[in-house]
Design a protein around this ligand. Structure first.
Ligand code: G4P
Length: 193
């Protein structure tokens, strides 16, 4: 997605060779116009796939996921990283290990929001090692629902996430694919859309 790559070049900051800071338009402050464009691109790709629900994980997946949901006129559900007191019903859970934070946390979705008849498109802001997406896939499968694919805004192609998800049989669509960045230069591989 050309406008996304241009925005990453313009406003993204490399922290070392492996971390990309995009807090001015994606992970902290959010550019709704860009999210709207992202929503349209994923919608164009998945419009005829019979998707019934968009699923993401809090926090930074919510903005792009909501615009995909709007473009496809579908509900969006986000997995919670902590259980709050109103979550009294049956829940689907998964353990997600973060390589960045080096902690395992339990994420959850209320069972009532995923049905066996659902066909789900997962959307997330970053794909690094794929642990968050793997946890979401596990919960969707616990519900007996089907995963149609994973849509990613920024894939870090030098990490193992895409390979893990493809080995699980889940297709990945990434709008920007970041290669290893040496000498402070941001490099992209060919994106999927
Ligand atoms: P994984 O799910 O692909 O295995 O990712 P990993 O554990 O490595 O990353 C954990 C968190 O760090 C995730 O957000 C992920 O989106 C984020 N992250 C990974 N690499 C980068 C990067 O280069 N830049 C930025 N900005 N974020 C990165 P999270 O902890 O779930 O955060 P949030 O969504 O609640 O903000």
């Amino acid at each position: 997605m050309k406008v996304l790559e241009e925005r990453i070049i313009k406003d993204g900051q490399l922290l070392g060779e492996t971390i990309l800071k995009v807090d001015s338009f994606l992970t902290h402050q959010v550019d709704y116009q860009l999210m709207k464009d992202i929503g349209r691109v994923f919608a164009a790709k998945y419009r005829h796939e019979g998707i019934t629900k968009i699923v993401t994980i809090e926090a930074s997946g919510i903005a792009p996921a909501l615009y995909v949901a709007e473009a496809l006129d579908l509900p969006m559900v986000f997995a919670k990283k902590s259980k709050n007191i109103t979550m009294t019903e049956d829940i689907l859970t998964a353990q997600v290990y973060s390589f960045t934070k080096q902690v395992t946390s339990q994420v959850s979705i209320a069972q009532k929001f995923l049905k066996a008849s659902d066909k789900v498109l997962i959307i997330d802001d970053f794909l690094a090692n794929g642990q968050a997406a793997k946890g979401l896939i596990e919960m969707i499968e616990q519900a007996g629902a089907q995963v149609a694919g994973v849509g990613i805004v920024i894939e870090k192609s030098f990490q193992s996430g895409r390979q893990l998800l493809e080995e699980m049989g889940v297709p990945v669509t990434s709008l920007a694919r970041l290669g290893r960045c040496e000498n402070g230069e941001i490099k992209f591989l060919e994106a999927d859309a």
